[in-house]
Design a protein around this ligand. Sequence first.
Ligand code: ADP
Ligand code: MG
Length: 321
Amino acid sequence: MTTGRGEFALIARHFTRPTRRAVLGVGDDCALLALEPGMQLAVSSDMLVEGRHFVSTVAPERLGHKALAVNLSDLAACGATPLAFTLALALPRADEAWCAGLARGMFALADAHGIELIGGDTTAGPLNLCITVFGQVPPGQALLRSGARVGDTVWVSGRLGDARLALEAFRGSVALDREAFERTRQAMERPQPRVALGLALRGVASAAIDLSDGLVGDLGHVLARSHIGARIELQALPRSTDLSAQPTAVQQECLLAGGDDYELLFMAAADASEQVLAAGAKAGVAVSAIGRIEAAPGLRVVDGGGRMLDALPRGFDHFSP
Ligand code: ADP
Ligand code: MG
């Protein structure tokens, strides 16, 4: 292990590992990546800012996991195979233990997906991390937000709302017993990017997005991009027993506007249900049909009694009042 102080020692100690796949990794002016012939490069960045996306007390290992997970989730939503990532880091001080923890959480997830850290930037400043992920996808096969068609079934992976439920428990606005709190906290702090599902949905889904800002907001992006509307059945939204135990108003808020779910929301032709279920089985992820795409613009959410909710919670927006 390298000794010494300063920026370069920190990079050498915590963020430099031998590359296996990239042509050139950390240490030069650029990294070099070789795509398979004919593939398109899929690129996405996500930034995590202290006080905005996480609290200062979060364990660095969990932060490392989450920072990479939210980025991989974007590649998943695109149906891309992850290849590599870069890390831009602003740190108030050169905290060795903190960097080691961050690296542990990040590399554990990276290894699980067979990807490597190929470069980045390190600077002093308010705590902030920005990861950029690189993936590859065959031309014309990326899953886009713009592909949904009238009559398509709307699907979602996994379960919704637990991350928000944990956040509300942190804030003290809902009460959870210790086990329920630990379970939902896992959802908030250790989201599992649905990469395998995204790949299995290539050629099956007509459109896809990952759920980072809540179902209403993120589905709204697909509807706007695809110029269509949707009807969603509240009863069909998959939820944990911990969330089911909450009052209806809490359930609705967490399910519809939760945020931080990192599940895939996607559409597929009504006659493709078997293929969707097969993709879910192949990826080892539950998939649930939650509604239908309709021609009339806008989102309609219907409760168990067939009544339409008249006010929908909004998705998260950093710059809305
Ligand atoms: P430059 O000045 O050319 O931008 P730097 O001195 O910032 O390069 O970084 C030196 C090398 O270390 C580069 O290869 C860069 O990609 C890599 N690097 C810097 N910070 C990180 C980090 N946090 N994680 C991984 N690699 C990093
Ligand atoms: Mg630099």
